[in-house]
Ligand binder design. Structure first.
Ligand SMILES: Nc1ncnc2c1ncn2[C@@H]1O[C@H](COP(=O)(O)OP(=O)(O)OP(=O)(O)O)[C@@H](O)[C@H]1O
Length: 320
């Protein structure tokens, strides 16, 4: 059984008199211990998808529909109390800005302990201290970090603290939204290697949102490619990279010629994302697609399921 199953999820932002369709009919499964990279250019709906899954978007601005089933519970309909419990204990999130959410005037250890105590009210002082030392060790931080302040830590050390916090309750799923983007390449590489190790040891599944295809190629089993709120391709990283089926995926891959080093411009894909407040009759990618045909303008493509769990939203899927 899937650990997390997203079924026909839609997110509409209500802005003044406009409806912005930020996520459209997205469906996919995450198996236990899977690692999924979600990629797509800026504004394609990656963060919206992650935030909406955990009901982290205010109801006033975002309308979310569909189902997000996590081990038999629909996260979109369970009570706030049930959801709060799941959020830290079973699914945790690390954002790029997580490291800025630490308080500058309290020691790291006391902040970590406070968060731990929220869900473990009866834990003794010694027990909490032991758990915190263990967590710091898990992310390769020395015990002295416990008594340090935020301003005494480097960016990499702070992000390790955020990751330690997210692992506090042994979650089954960790969602990382550009969590290592702000770090230098070496520190990012080290942290990603540590995460891969931890996942194996602690049997955690991971969703990783990133602009960086090389991060996905090096650290994920599966990949989801989003364009203008649609899931245009999904499958095993090896399959998708060696034989990308959607023209947008091909363009994205071409912008990472070596899958190492710096990202280039989106080669072969001119133009920019369409206006998400305007509904389209045909394929959402049609105006930028180098391979478009007549039917792409008239008809929305369905999602075609190919071998090995590959899903592609294109009229020509599987014909290449
Ligand atoms: N609070 C909001 N109100 C209105 N529109 C929003 C809001 N947040 C995001 N959007 C719009 O929703 C779309 C998807 O944005 P989202 O941040 O999810 O994309 P993303 O792929 O995560 O981008 P990035 O890689 O830059 O973080 C964009 O068009 C964005 O402008």
């Amino acid at each position: 059984m899937a650990l997390l199953s997203i079924k026909n999820e839609n997110v509409i932002y209500k802005v003044k008199n406009k409806n912005i369709h930020a996520v459209n009919n997205v469906s996919f499964d995450i198996e236990p211990q899977d690692s999924l990279g979600i990629v797509g250019e800026s504004g394609s709906g990656k963060s919206t998808l992650a935030l909406s899954m955990l009901r982290l978007l205010p109801k006033k601005i975002a309308e979310v529909s569909g189902e997000v089933i996590f081990e038999d519970r629909n996260l979109l309909t369970i009570s706030e109390d049930e959801l709060r419990d799941i959020r830290w204990k079973e699914i945790s999130v690390v954002f790029q800005k997580s490291m800025n959410s630490l308080s500058p005037i309290h020691k790291i250890g006391s902040q970590m302990s406070d968060i731990y105590m929220l869900h473990n009210k009866t834990a003794s002082k010694a027990e909490v201290k032991n758990k915190m030392t263990e967590l710091l060790e898990l992310v390769n931080l020395p015990p002295r970090v416990y008594t340090m302040y935020q301003h005494e830590l480097s960016g990499g050390m702070m992000q390790r603290v955020s990751i330690a916090l997210s692992l506090m309750h042994n979650p089954k799923l960790i969602i990382m939204d550009e969590a290592t983007t702000a770090l230098d390449v070496i520190t990012q590489g080290q942290i990603l290697n540590e995460i891969k190790e931890l996942e194996k040891r602690l049997s955690i599944a991971r969703i990783m949102i990133t602009h960086d295809m090389s991060v996905v190629a090096n650290t994920c089993k599966k990949i989801a490619v989003m364009y203008a709120g649609y899931l245009v391709e999904f499958g095993y990283v090896d399959d998708v990279i060696s034989n990308p089926n959607h023209p947008y995926t091909r363009g994205l891959l071409k912008s990472f010629p070596t899958l190492k080093g710096e990202r280039g411009v989106l080669r072969g894909i001119s133009g920019s994302l369409p206006d998400l407040s305007v509904q389209h009759d045909g394929c959402i990618f049609e105006s930028r697609c180098p391979e478009r045909s007549e039917s792409c303008h008239k008809e929305k493509p369905g999602t075609v399921i190919l071998e090995n769990g590959r899903m592609v939203m294109c009229h020509s899927a599987g014909r290449r």
